[in-house]
Ligand binder design. Structure first.
Ligand code: AMP
Length: 234
């Protein structure tokens, strides 16, 4: 067995999984540790909403209902976000097979192959409970959980000292709809990516790795880092 795994030079990851499974939390940790930018479509859309842009206004009703914003709007938004980047951690995109196809075409044109797809797994009950007890920093997108990962001071972000909010779609009813949306429209991406090979600069065989989203945060990070054979892993 070779203990030293070949390093991936650049992270180009997709965080795939249902709401509340830990995608955003892990994307932020990996961003800080490895310098690849987290691109969260949900955060970008919420920013558009708070700034009152045309996109924000169009997206509003879909988001509040727990439905997906139409593919054309998301794909156009992501083409702008990805321009000029060599590394990224996609959090919440792609969410449909059509979005995945558009991403493939874009990355092919830019000659930037994906280096990994991380699939977060968790049961439905836990996800609804987690999402319903989630507190978010609307400025950074950083999330806390009142039960499992509380801030030091209730309602206040540990990092910037500003107020935390509960997202309007983070309630049990909308969370249940969002999970149904995930199962119907996003879960097919598991078979879309499952049979793809890992990048050549890696001794992994598959592009997609699975993590148990119910494990403690640090454990999930360690699993991702070791399963993806990321450079600098302990
Ligand atoms: P999130 O913050 O990832 O939970 O996303 C919040 C909401 O934004 C979702 O419920 C969707 O309405 C919308 N959204 C985020 N990402 C996408 C996407 N890739 N495609 C369509 N809608 C999205």
């Amino acid at each position: 067995m070779n203990a030293v795994q070949p390093a991936l030079a650049t992270l180009r990851l997709i965080m795939l999984g249902p709401p509340g499974a830990g995608k955003g939390t892990q994307a932020k940790i990996l961003e800080k540790r490895f310098g690849a930018a987290q691109i969260s479509t949900g955060d970008i859309l919420r920013r558009h909403r708070s700034e009152g842009t045309a996109l924000g206004k169009e997206a509003q009703a879909f988001m509040d209902a727990g439905a997906l914003v139409p593919d054309e709007l998301i794909v156009a938004m992501m083409a702008v976000e990805l321009a000029g980047r060599r590394s990224f951690i996609l959090d919440g995109f792609p969410r449909t097979v059509a979005q995945a196809g558009a991403l493939d075409a874009l990355l092919e044109r830019l000659q930037l192959p994906l280096t990994g797809v991380v699939l977060f797994e968790a049961d439905r009950e836990t996800l609804i409970r987690r999402v319903s007890s989630r507190w978010t920093n609307p400025r950074s997108g950083r999330v806390y959980n009142a039960e499992s990962h509380p801030p030091r001071v209730a309602g206040i972000d540990d990092e910037d000292g500003g107020p935390l909010v509960q997202r309007p779609d983070d309630n049990p009813e909308t969370a249940a709809v969002r999970l149904e949306t995930y199962e119907a429209q996003t879960a097919p991406l598991v078979s879309y990516y499952r049979s793809r090979p890992a990048p050549v600069a890696s001794d992994r065989t598959a592009l997609l790795v699975r993590v148990d989203g119910l494990q403690p945060i640090a454990h999930v990070t360690a699993t991702i880092v070791s399963d993806l054979a990321i450079a600098g892993a302990a």
